[in-house]
Design a binder for this molecule. Structure first.
Ligand code: FES
Length: 110
């Protein structure tokens, strides 16, 4: 049995897709801080707290599919949350995203 997913509107698609290069959009979904990251025409949702310390990843820099933490420059792949550069060693959670009627919905396990 698969876990139930709660889909919540997090932002307008146009807002995310019109972000300047390098910028991720911080939102709150179901009480969770999440960074919405555009990459190659898709939107990815990443937990917006670094796994290395108390830093908002959305305050960092998005370079392609890599989000750089603003505090110690740890690197994460926004597609799967995997650490891509020290000192980041632990993945950050990622969440499914879908776009409906111009709205970005993020799925959180119920
Ligand atoms: S807090 Fe993000 S790399 Fe240290």
């Amino acid at each position: 049995m698969s876990a139930e997913i709660n889909w919540t509107v997090a932002a307008d698609e146009s807002e995310v897709m019109s972000l300047d290069d390098g910028i991720a959009l911080p939102v709150t979904v179901g009480g969770l801080p999440i960074a919405l990251c555009p990459f190659e025409g898709q939107i990815y949702a990443v937990y917006d707290v670094c796994s290395h310390g108390q830093a908002a990843l959305s305050d960092g820099f998005l370079n392609g599919c890599i989000l750089e933490c603003p505090l110690h420059q740890g690197l994460f792949d926004i597609r799967d949350g995997s650490p891509q550069g020290e000192p980041a060693e632990t993945p950050v959670p990622t969440y499914p995203v879908k776009v409906e009627d111009g709205k970005v919905l993020v799925g959180i396990a119920a």
